[in-house]
Design a protein around this ligand. Structure first.
Ligand code: SF4
Length: 418
C-alpha cells in the first residue's frame, strides 16, 4: 500500500524550523512530499508572533483548502496554542496538535477523526535538533521557552516557561558533530541565556564542557539578556574558543520604554556591561524594537542619541507590530507605521556606520570559517561575526583561514588568499 504523503509548511522563526525537523524525523509510516498539491496531509507549523503572522497562517490554510480540498490540514506550532481552538471549532483544520505532541506525530497522523490534542507547555523534546550551514557550522537548540514577560511578547503563553535540554544529550550531539568535522557551534533557543537554571547548571558551565570536546573550535551564543551575563560567564570572555561577538538583547535605550516593555534591563547598567564586554575586544550586536506604543519624539531622540555612545556593531532592528492578548497591544499612543519605518532606517544606518568603523580597526588576524563558494569567491564569517569574501584558486570550503589586511567594503570585508 502506498504511504500517505505529508507536506510541511513552516512559518516563523528558527525554533519553528527546528520543530519541523523534529516532526519530519519522527514520520515513519508516511512519506514526505515537497509538493503540496499531491499531499494527503498538510502540516502547518504556524507562527503567532504578531497579528500579521496569524493572518498569514489563516490565509495559507484557506488557500491550501481551495487548491487541495482532499488533504487533511493539521495545525501545529505556536498558532495552535493561540488560534487552534477557534480554527478547529470553525472546521478550518482537521486537527490541532500542540508543541508537546511533535514527537508523537507518527501516531497522531493516523487518527481518523478530527482531533484537538494541545498537550502541555512543560514538555521538552528528547531529540536535540541541529541545523547545518555548509559542512562546518551547526546550530544546536539547547532550551525552550521563556520566564520573562516582556509586554509585547506572546511567546511565554504559546511556548511556556524556560526549560533546558539535558546537558548530556547536548554534549553527546556536539561530540558526534565535532567528530564529523564541525568546528563551530551556535547555541540557540527561545531564551538561550536561561539555559541551566532548571538543572542546577548554567550557560557558563555548559560552555566550559563544550570547549573540552575535541574538534570544537569556536562557540557562538544566539542571544543573551543583559542580566544573564554574570561573573561566571565573564570569566570565559578571554577563552580562545569564544566567538568575539555577543548578541545582547537590549530592545531599547530609553528607560521609559524599557519600563513600558517590562524589560529587566536599564540603560545605565546596559552601558556599563557593553563597555566592559567591548574592552575585551568583543563586537556587540543587539535586538531593538522601534515604534512600540509610547515611543514619542522626545523618547526617540534621547534613545538614538544614546545608541551613538554604545559600542554596538550589529543590530536586529524590528518595527513594533501589534499582538493581541499582550500588554503592549492596548498601550497608547500608538506610533504610526511610517514613523517607525523612518526610525528603523535611522537606527540601522547608524549601526552600519559603527560596524564599518569597527571593521576598519579589526582587519587583521581574522579567523574565518568558509561556508560557501560562488564562482571562485568563498565566504564565511570571522570571529566578530563580520562577513568576509575571499578569492582563491584553492578549494577553501569548510576550511578555517586567517586573513590579514582585509579590505573593508560597505557591508563586508574582502581579501585574496594565496
Ligand atoms: S525575553 Fe521577552 S521578548 Fe524574549 S521571548 Fe521572553 S518575553 Fe519574549
Amino acid at each position: 500500500m502506498n504511504k500517505q504523503k505529508v507536506y510541511f509548511k513552516t512559518f516563523g522563526c528558527r525554533t519553528n524550523q527546528f520543530d519541523t525537523q523534529v516532526m519530519m524525523s519522527k514520520l515513519k509510516d508516511f512519506d514526505l512530499t515537497l509538493n503540496e498539491d499531491e499531499a494527503d496531509v498538510i502540516m502547518v507549523n504556524s507562527c503567532t508572533v504578531t497579528n500579521g503572522a496569524d493572518s498569514s497562517v489563516r490565509a495559507y490554510i484557506n488557500g491550501s483548502k481551495r487548491k487541495n480540498p482532499d488533504a487533511k490540514v493539521i495545525l501545529a506550532g505556536c498558532g495552535s496554542h493561540s488560534k487552534g481552538e477557534s480554527l478547529f471549532e470553525d472546521k478550518k483544520v482537521f486537527g490541532v496538535m500542540g508543541h508537546s505532541e511533535k514527537e508523537k506525530i507518527n501516531e497522531i497522523l493516523k487518527i481518523e477523526k478530527p482531533f484537538y490534542q494541545i498537550g502541555d507547555l512543560k514538555h521538552i523534546d528528547s531529540s536535540i535538533v541541529d541545523e547545518f550551514i555548509g559542512k562546518s557550522r551547526a546550530f544546536i537548540k539547547i532550551q525552550e521557552g521563556c520566564n520573562f514577560r516582556c509586554s509585547y511578547c506572546i511567546i511565554p503563553s504559546v511556548r511556556g516557561d524556560a526549560r533546558s535540554h539535558k546537558e548530556e544529550n547536548i554534549l553527546l550531539q556536539i561530540e558526534k558533530l565535532a567528530s564529523n568535522g564541525f568546528g563551530e557551534f551556535i547555541l540557540t533557543g527561545t531564551n538561550v541565556g536561561s539555559y541551566g537554571q532548571d538543572q542546577n547548571s548554567s550557560m557558563a558551565k555548559l560552555l566550559k564542557k563544550m570547549s573540552q570536546i575535541r574538534g570544537v573550535r569556536r562557540i557562538r551564543i544566539g542571544s543573551l539578556e543583559p542580566i544573564q551575563i554574570d561573573d561566571e560567564f565573564k570569566e570565559l570572555l578571554k577563552e580562545p574558543w569564544m566567538a568575539k561577538h555577543l548578541h545582547i538583547a537590549l530592545q531599547h535605550t530609553s528607560d521609559k520604554m524599557l519600563k513600558l516593555m517590562n524589560r529587566r534591563n536599564n540603560f545605565k547598567s546596559d552601558t556599563i556591561l557593553l563597555e566592559e564586554l567591548a574592552s575585551y575586544g568583543y563586537a556587540l550586536g543587539t535586538d531593538y524594537i522601534v515604534g512600540h506604543p509610547g515611543e514619542d519624539e522626545k523618547e526617540w531622540k534621547e534613545a538614538i542619541e544614546r545608541v551613538k555612545f554604545l559600542p554596538l556593531t550589529h543590530i536586529h532592528a524590528f518595527s513594533y507590530s501589534k499582538r493581541d492578548n499582550t500588554a503592549s497591544a492596548t498601550m497608547k499612543p500608538e506610533i504610526k507605521g511610517n514613523i517607525a519605518k523612518e526610525r528603523h532606517r535611522e537606527l540601522t544606518a547608524l549601526i552600519k556606520e559603527k560596524n564599518f568603523e569597527f571593521r576598519k580597526e579589526h582587519a587583521d588576524n581574522l579567523e574565518v570559517l568558509i561556508e560557501q563558494e560562488y564562482k571562485g569567491v568563498y565566504s564565511g564569517y570571522d570571529q566578530y561575526f563580520n562577513k568576509l569574501e575571499v578569492t582563491s584558486e584553492e578549494d577553501l570550503k569548510a576550511n578555517w583561514i586567517t586573513i590579514n589586511h582585509a579590505t573593508i567594503k560597505g557591508n563586508k570585508n574582502v581579501a585574496n588568499y594565496q
